[in-house]
Design a protein around this ligand. Structure first.
Ligand code: SAM
Ligand code: SF4
Length: 319
């Protein structure tokens, strides 16, 4: 289904929980988070009803996220449920990977197509610091295991004076696993707005480095600009919502774990699906109405702070 600006909305990100087994500094507050009331978290059957309307109206690609999606019980069966829609061509998960080694094969059998693993540094002390307690060993094991079953991409949030100098190490990682490593500009969303001034850095310098080592012309992969390296799928990508915004090509909507649809990551607008979960017809109508309301573009940049204040931390949206 097209929105009012002619964009074909075919990509849905579903956050299935706001809980997480890590506490990344750019995502959650230091003292933990106020979790959403369990009673407000959508049941899988409720998500299914929304998904049915979404698929009927053109969704072809689904990404499951969180919080940490692998912490929610029933995730494997949920993947099978999503797979049961013939029209869904691609199912992916974004995860920190900690629980992945034991689950990778089950997820593959359930019909998962691809995995993105979040990893901001290859230094174990820095990993411990940025995740407030995580072990780099676990994340690396996750990459190893996931690569046995899936195409894997790495998401790395670029943070000033923290991981900018690890570009070469990430290139080696991309080559080792024949995968794409994508640097993401830090976004001033929820808790991400705290310390934003000190921590935001645009991808500009790393883009220049990638240009120099690239084996071919850059190409677009969703919202990422990707520079190929000398090996099949090995590549370095950049997601730059602030320095080069990509709203004109935005094909995405998001469903939060408490049942709100966000038609733009950076918008305060949210649309509650709960009043419609008892009627397929009503849900379908609701779906069409919210697509018609999708924002043309966002207005955040690294300066207009009044746009930063968001009602949700990233773990409550899903990235
Ligand atoms: N827990 C999973 C994970 O970390 O991959 C999935 C949820 S997490 C919210 C999804 C993505 O959002 C991760 O790649 C994470 O690095 C990214 N993210 C979180 N806060 C961010 C921020 N302030 N700016 C940019 N990316 C952020
Ligand atoms: Fe958890 Fe992912 Fe947020 Fe890190 S980025 S705290 S792993 S939800």
């Amino acid at each position: 289904m097209k929105d009012c600006y002619g964009r074909n909305i075919d990509y849905l990100r579903i956050s299935i929980t706001d809980k997480c087994n890590l506490r990344c500094r750019y995502c959650m507050p230091e003292n933990g988070i106020s979790l959403l009331n369990h009673a407000h978290i959508l049941r899988y059957e409720e998500i299914y009803l929304f998904l049915k309307a979404a698929v009927k109206n053109g969704i072809k690609k689904v990404r499951i996220t969180g919080g940490e999606p692998l912490t929610r019980r029933g995730i494997v069966d949920f993947v099978s449920m999503v797979r049961s829609f013939d029209k869904i061509e691609d199912i992916a998960i974004t995860t920190n990977g900690i629980l992945l080694p034991d689950m990778a094969k089950k997820l593959k059998n359930a019909g998962l197509d691809r995995i993105n693993i979040s990893l901001d540094t290859l230094d174990s002390e820095k990993y411990f610091y940025i995740t407030r307690g995580g072990s780099l060993k676990d994340a690396l094991l996750a990459i190893d295991k996931a690569s046995e079953y899936f195409p894997v991409k790495i998401n790395s949030v670029l943070i000033k004076n923290f991981n900018e100098n690890e570009f070469d190490d990430f290139v080696l990682l991309a080559m080792k696993y024949n995968m794409q490593v994508r640097f993401i500009e830090k976004m001033p969303v929820g808790y991400g707005a705290v310390h934003f001034d000190e921590e935001y850095v645009s991808c500009e310098e790393l883009l220049k480095k990638a240009e120099k080592i690239s084996s071919g012309e850059p190409f677009n992969d969703g919202v990422a600009t990707v520079y190929p390296l000398r090996k099949d799928r090995a590549a370095i990508g950049f997601i730059t919502p602030l320095s080069h915004k990509f709203c004109t090509g935005c094909n995405k909507i998001r469903l939060t774990s408490d049942g709100k649809v966000k038609t733009c990551l950076f918008s305060q607008n949210e649309y509650d699906i709960k009043p419609y979960i008892n009627s397929e017809e009503e849900m379908d109508k609701f779906y069409r109405e919210i697509i018609a309301k999708k924002e043309e573009q966002h207005f955040i940049n690294n300066k207009n702070q009044n746009q930063w204040i968001q009602n949700r931390d990233m773990n409550k949206i899903g990235g």
